[in-house]
Design a protein around this ligand. Structure first.
Ligand code: NI
Length: 135
C-alpha cells in the first residue's frame, strides 16, 4: 500500500474533526497506526493485554491514571507509553489533543468494551478546503 506523498499536518488533521474520544487514523507504520484523538472528561479503566500504547500530548493536558503506580500528567510535547497489561484510565480536565501510536486494530477501550468503544476511522476529509484535499 502506498501512503500519502505529502506532509501530514497535525493541526490540519485536528481541524477535520471535533468528536471526543474517537481515534482518527492519519498514517500507517508497518503494522501500527498513527492516530489523533480529542479527549475531554474521564475515559474508562481498561487494559491492553497484548500491546503497549503511546500517548503524545499535542495540546491541553492529559492525566493517565495507572492502577498500580498512580497518575502520569502529560503536558504538550510530552509522551508516555502505557505498558501492556497495565490498567489505565485517561482523564482530560480540559479538551486535549493527543497522538496515539499502537498496533492496528487495538480497541480504544481494551478489555472493557462498552458505549465508548469505537474503531479508529479516518478524519473527515470533506472538511478540507479544496486546495488541500488529499488525492
Ligand atoms: Ni488504552
Amino acid at each position: 500500500m502506498s501512503g500519502p506523498t505529502t506532509a501530514i499536518n497535525l493541526a490540519h488533521k485536528l481541524s477535520q474533526f471535533s468528536e471526543l474520544w474517537t481515534q482518527k487514523k492519519i498514517a500507517d507504520l508497518n503494522d501500527y497506526e498513527v492516530k489523533l484523538a480529542k479527549l475531554k472528561g474521564e475515559f474508562v479503566w481498561h487494559t491492553h493485554e497484548d500491546t503497549d500504547e503511546l500517548f503524545l500530548v499535542l495540546s491541553g493536558r492529559l492525566t493517565i491514571r495507572l492502577r498500580e503506580t498512580g497518575d502520569v500528567v502529560l503536558m504538550p510535547g510530552e509522551l508516555f507509553v502505557v505498558p501492556r497489561g497495565v490498567e489505565h484510565c485517561p482523564v482530560a480536565e480540559e479538551e486535549t489533543a493527543v497522538l496515539l501510536l499502537e498496533p492496528a486494530g487495538v480497541l480504544n477501550t481494551g478489555d472493557r468494551p462498552g458505549p465508548l468503544t469505537r474503531p479508529a476511522e479516518p478524519p473527515d476529509q470533506s472538511r478540507d478546503p479544496p486546495s488541500v484535499r488529499e488525492r
